[in-house]
Design a protein around this ligand. Structure first.
Ligand SMILES: C[S@@+](CC[C@H](N)C(=O)[O-])C[C@H]1O[C@@H](n2cnc3c(N)ncnc32)[C@H](O)[C@@H]1O
Length: 270
């Protein structure tokens, strides 16, 4: 059954940080959004180093939110002369912002002004499902999976090299950190994939370990004493996809004939 998306409602905390009334939590650290993106998600996944001298590299994010991690990643990739030829950024989001609301939020990040404007210029109509947007002449591919992570991740076939876990606090947003969602992350992880998150909650640590990641605590950002990083440490439980690691497809599992209904996307085919 078709379920329309419910976009995010624009609101701010007392100190001016984007805030979700629905989840009762802020969208990024009050110690600074771009700084958190770089410390927790980029450095936590050892980027840019790990994408260097690679032909392609894929990142999966839970919670696209206000686009902060995407913009920080895009800027780091654009400014890196040794960056992988092609970068794939896949992100799931249940409540996307409208383009006008993104304009208001992104005004707080002058360092991303050009990239943010380009993102908004290509912002999709907010319908459920997969939206693929190309930047930098097709060398940067943003795949937005709009819908509930618990559902859309099961429909994705991919091999990802780095994972940004960025839901709201696990106690306020448990569905995005559930064992099922983390299990899907493990299913999608490439050999030696890394994961990073600001949360060190026991549920997240256990869920990641059960999904096949070895995890450790490292120094956190700003007021957070610690954060979590991990590496996919198991052999694959299913055969690798044919062709390049980045090939992926989505399909509606409830369809009568899923394979025939597959939408096959090739990350790297020319
Ligand atoms: C902390 S914010 C993400 C911030 C974002 N990474 C950024 O860089 O701006 C958490 C996001 O997770 C989304 N979210 C919460 N539950 C979800 C679910 N079950 N499936 C997909 N997205 C979800 C929220 O709508 C919100 O945008």
């Amino acid at each position: 059954m078709y379920e329309p998306l419910v976009p995010a409602t624009l609101a701010f905390s007392e100190n001016g940080i984007p805030f979700s009334i629905q989840y009762g939590d802020i969208y990024h650290s009050d110690g600074g959004g771009p700084g958190q993106a770089r410390h927790v998600f980029l450095a936590g996944n050892r980027l840019p180093e790990r994408w260097r001298d690679r032909d392609h590299f894929a990142i999966l994010e839970t919670g696209f939110g206000a686009s902060l991690n995407f913009l920080a990643t895009w800027q780091a990739w654009r400014d890196d002369p040794q960056a992988c030829r092609r970068l794939h950024y896949l992100s799931v989001e249940k409540h996307p912002f409208r383009a006008d609301d993104l304009t208001v939020i992104q005004a707080a990040w002058p360092e991303f002004v050009e990239l943010a404007a380009e993102l908004r210029a290509h912002w999709p109509t907010l319908t459920p499902g997969l939206h693929r947007i190309e930047f930098a002449g097709g060398r940067l591919v943003l795949t937005l999976l709009l819908g509930d992570a618990a559902k859309v991740l099961t429909q994705l076939q991919a091999r990802v090299d780095a994972v940004y876990l960025d839901g709201f606090a696990p106690g306020k947003n448990p569905d995005l950190w559930s064992a099922d969602v983390l299990g899907q992350i493990g299913r999608l992880a490439n050999t030696d994939a890394t994961v990073a998150t600001w949360s060190v909650s026991a549920t997240v640590r256990t869920g990641l370990q059960q999904a096949g990641f070895s995890v450790e605590k490292t120094p956190g950002f700003a007021s957070k004493r610690q954060m979590l990083v991990g590496r996919f440490s198991q052999s694959r439980s299913q055969p690798d996809l044919p062709s390049e690691l980045g090939a992926y497809r989505t399909y509606d599992e409830s369809a009568a004939n899923p394979p025939e209904r597959s939408i096959f996307h090739r990350f790297f085919g020319q």
